[in-house]
Ligand binder design. Structure first.
Ligand code: PLP
Length: 370
């Protein structure tokens, strides 16, 4: 089996496995005052410092939680409807993850262009509109289906001019491109461990300024009252180790980009269209739409040939649903005809060549008539 579905989840990195196993041996609760508690707390706070350092915030600005979904929902709810401050209307890109679009009351949705890039003119207009209420804008840094990288720093400058807060869903970008809150000019950022080779079940919300947040889970007072519940120490330790390893590997992004380009060139020869090809994109992600071929048929053929890829945002439901991302890009029927190939840190040249051969075989077969 060759695994090419990194954007759903990356294989566990060796460094992360080691950190998880070491943390599993600690019996203490980080909140306990005794020696075992102190050891657990030291590990937790060390991990927090490394996560904070990676994205350029103070350790006290990091809220550890269960993953990207929770980090996004916490940011959106706490920043848009704080119990101790003004409410903010929410604006979000149309290609955001469901974790954002369904985090609370429906946000005002901002259009993207045909390459899937957020329309900054629409953002500017929406912020200049009516609003007595200040705004909270939520944008993803890199899209999970197409790998398209949004101009978040430019969006942040627009937000600042209009007094809006900016939350960035950086779940697919952290560990794959350099990401710091300062460079983005954002107020908060969500990241997730299992998208960078850490274990599933840990993520973080990083805040530019250390602030109080109404928790989603109250009680316990952990995370400075911002997230109740004993932290998942092994998963957090694995997340910090994965982040370190992914950061070190950033130097070798060209190899992945070269393999991605080879896959795309071969797919184009078979008649495929690459979604978002005119925009800056992640080095590991290709969204390949094959006209006339339903995505589920492509997935099954590739699965039978031993390759794990996905269609749409299939990481959530396991179903092959029509892609709201490709719909928002105006790709019409191609939204039902695309598969996503996302190369993990563990990808190899041989695996890529084998995939290209399998894709060619799949595309050369006549499409099945339903
Ligand atoms: N945001 C984006 C862009 C994602 O791709 C995902 C997962 O697919 C999430 C958020 C949710 O992250 P998690 O699976 O850690 O809850």
């Amino acid at each position: 089996m060759i695994y090419l579905d990194a954007n759903a989840s990356e294989p566990l990195r060796a460094e992360a496995r080691e950190a998880v196993l070491a943390a599993l041996e600690l019996p203490g609760n980080p909140a306990s005052v005794h020696g075992a508690g102190r050891r657990a707390r030291d590990l937790l706070e060390g991990a927090r410092e490394r996560i904070a350092g990676a994205v350029g915030v103070e350790p006290a600005g990091v809220v550890l939680c269960s993953g990207g979904t929770e980090a996004n929902v916490l940011a959106l709810r706490a920043l848009s409807a704080p119990s101790d401050g003004p409410r903010r209307r929410v604006l979000a890109g149309s290609t955001e993850h469901a974790a954002v679009l369904e985090a609370g009351p429906a946000p005002r949705v901002l259009p993207v262009d045909r390459d899937g890039v957020i329309r900054l003119d629409a953002l500017e207009r929406a912020l200049a509109d009516d609003g007595e209420e200040p705004a909270l804008v939520c944008l993803m840094l890199a899209n999970n289906e197409t790998g398209v990288i949004h101009p978040v720093a430019e969006a942040a400058a627009i937000c600042r001019r209009h007094g809006a807060l900016l939350h960035v869903d950086a779940v697919q970008a952290v560990g794959r491109i350099p990401v710091t809150l300062d460079a983005l000019g954002a107020d908060s950022l969500a990241l997730s461990g299992h998208k960078i080779g850490g274990p599933k079940g840990a993520g973080a919300l990083a805040l530019r300024t250390v602030r109080r947040l109404d928790p989603l889970l109250a009680g316990g007072g952990q995370e400075r009252g911002r997230r109740g519940g004993t932290p998942a120490l092994p998963a957090v330790a694995g997340l910090a180790a994965a982040l370190d390893a992914a950061g070190a590997a950033l130097a070798d992004r060209e190899t992945l980009a070269g393999w991605r380009d080879r896959i795309e060139a071969a797919a184009r020869e078979c008649g495929a269209v690459v979604a978002g090809e005119g925009a800056p994109r992640l080095d590991n992600t290709s969204c390949l739409a094959l006209p006339g071929r339903r995505a589920d048929g492509q997935l099954i053929a590739l699965d039978l040939a031993g390759f794990c890829v996905s269609a749409g945002a299939a990481c959530s439901s396991g179903k092959v649903a029509r892609s709201h991302v490709l719909d928002a890009m105006g790709l019409e029927e191609l939204a039902e005809q695309s598969v996503r190939v996302s190369l993990p840190w563990s990808a190899t040249q041989a695996g890529v060549e084998a995939f290209i051969a399998a894709y060619r075989r799949m595309a050369a077969r006549p499409p099945r008539v339903a």
